[in-house]
Design a protein around this ligand. Structure first.
Ligand SMILES: [Zn+2]
Length: 214
């Protein structure tokens, strides 16, 4: 579902605010578990002793791929139950997605996240959570810096600890490489010039984004 007008910019600002709260630079991997802790969201996994053992065996065994996490309203707060058998890249993405719902104050009582996103009829909320979780893990400005540095999707994925498909999405959606290419075409193309101006641009981007909060 298409995002409402202005949402991408709003998500970008929320993600930058969150990084400032966490004391994490724009061009650095973000720890979604630290974000959950900052917002007082407890995270439990399927090893919690009070969960029904048959269900746990099911979701850590044959159906492991079908359960990523659940986000539950408990009293005035929220709790996340995650599938700890998934690899860390997927777990980070899942927690970032759940935290996006929390940050956006989406109205939920219970959200179940499967391998293709939440089992929710609110497609607008899902689109927003997907967009914000991408901004949280790989901010647009960070994607543009990576493009100016000539990073591959693989390098972006490794550095930001996300899947390669998410890295590709962030690099494409932020128009990062297109902007970097146009800038190079417009401003000269020697390696020396690129290096000097790239450094200047990176400094400018990071000071603009982090300067007022640090
Ligand atoms: Zn969701």
């Amino acid at each position: 579902m298409a995002l409402r007008r202005g949402f991408k910019e709003a998500a970008r600002r929320i993600a930058l605010d969150v990084r400032a709260e966490l004391g994490v630079a724009v061009f650095a991997p973000l720890d979604p578990y630290a974000l959950a802790e900052l917002y007082g969201i407890d995270i439990h996994d399927l090893s919690a002793p009070d969960l029904p053992s048959a269900a746990v065996e099911h979701f850590t065994g044959p159906a492991a791929d079908s359960f990523s996490a659940a986000l539950l309203s408990v009293g005035t707060g929220s709790v996340i139950i995650e599938n700890h058998t998934h690899d860390m890249v997927r777990r980070r993405s899942t927690i970032a997605h759940e935290m996006a719902h929390v940050l956006l104050e989406h109205d939920f009582g219970f959200l179940l996240t499967e391998n293709q996103g939440c089992r929710s009829s609110a497609s607008e909320a899902e689109s927003e959570a997907a967009e914000l979780s991408g901004e949280l893990l790989v901010p647009r400005d960070a994607a543009r810096t990576a493009a100016f540095r000539g990073w591959t999707d693989y390098s972006v994925a490794r550095y930001f600890r996300v899947s390669e498909s998410m890295a590709r999405w962030r690099m494409n959606t932020s128009a990062a490489r297109r902007i970097a290419r146009r800038w190079r075409n417009n401003t000269g193309n020697t390696a020396e010039t690129r290096g000097q101006r790239g450094t200047w641009l990176n400094k400018r981007v990071s000071s603009r984004v982090t300067g007022s909060w640090t």
